[in-house]
Design a protein. Structure first.
Length: 254
């Protein structure tokens, strides 16, 4: 019983943070399950992906009602992301991922620094969106495949890559990018989660306990995010990226 309560309490906080930052919560959920509760890492990754689907549905339902989701951008990027998630799941099941973790850690450190710089910079009168050239579309699709690969390999939703892609490459406002990412991560996680489910790595009891905490946490986070200044959202997201980078590098180098 205590074990289920710990899962529920942890999921409540993770759901709140993930909805505000536009991520699936796996960057917090996987280390929570492995380090705090002693789960096998592959079971944690598999369980995390299925829980991310619940997180995404809870937050995205709020964002859809408020018209914050850019469906056109989501449809452009999600096919490549889903393919990447399936490929990433197979890689984790067959190959060691230490080198990939290390490389990802350095990438996230860079992106975290860029978004932190934006968050701390003085507000400008109006940020002009970059012109959406074909080259930018191709770059965003390629980056989305990478986001899917990361999602399938490490049990995250891929929002740590998707939000920067949506803001820096496609030029979406940060709140729209967060909402669109929250909508997309569920589809991405489902694509990778099916692979683990077929291989028998999912803990159904843990999924139910985590989902019970994630749903109210994510719904509350989605409602609260609208009240935040975009610079605050960037700051929170950059700090989450920094944490994810530190965790990945520590895991790869020890």
């Amino acid at each position: 019983m205590l074990y289920l309560l710990a899962l529920f309490a942890g999921a409540l906080g993770i759901g709140f943070v993930s909805a505000i930052a536009g991520i699936g919560g796996g960057s917090l959920m996987v280390p929570f399950m492995v380090l705090a509760l002693g789960f096998d890492v592959k079971v944690a990754v598999a369980t995390s992906l299925l829980c991310i689907v619940v997180t995404s549905c809870s937050a995205a339902s709020v964002y859809l009602r408020r018209g914050l989701i850019d469906v056109k951008s989501a449809l452009l990027l999600e096919p490549a992301t889903a393919l990447g998630a399936i490929a990433g799941a197979f890689i984790t099941l067959t190959l060691p991922a230490e080198a990939v973790k290390c490389a990802l850690g350095f990438i996230l450190l860079y992106v975290s620094g860029m978004m932190l710089k934006k968050a701390l910079a003085r507000a400008r009168s109006q940020e002009s969106a970059p012109k959406l050239l074909p080259a930018r579309k191709l770059l965003s699709v390629a980056a989305s495949f990478l986001a899917g690969l990361i999602s399938g390999m490490f049990g995250v939703g891929g929002g740590v890559i998707k939000v920067p892609v949506l803001t820096m490459i496609l030029g979406l406002p940060i709140k729209v990018a967060v909402a669109t990412s929250s909508f997309m991560v569920g589809l991405t996680a489902a694509s990778g989660g099916v692979v683990y489910l077929a291989k028998g790595f999912t803990d159904p009891v843990a999924v139910l306990a985590l989902a019970a905490g994630i749903m109210p946490g994510a719904t509350l986070g989605a409602k609260y995010m609208r009240k935040l200044d975009p610079r605050v959202v960037r700051l929170v997201f950059s700090l989450i990226l920094l944490y994810a980078a530190a965790r990945l590098l520590y895991s790869a180098l020890t």
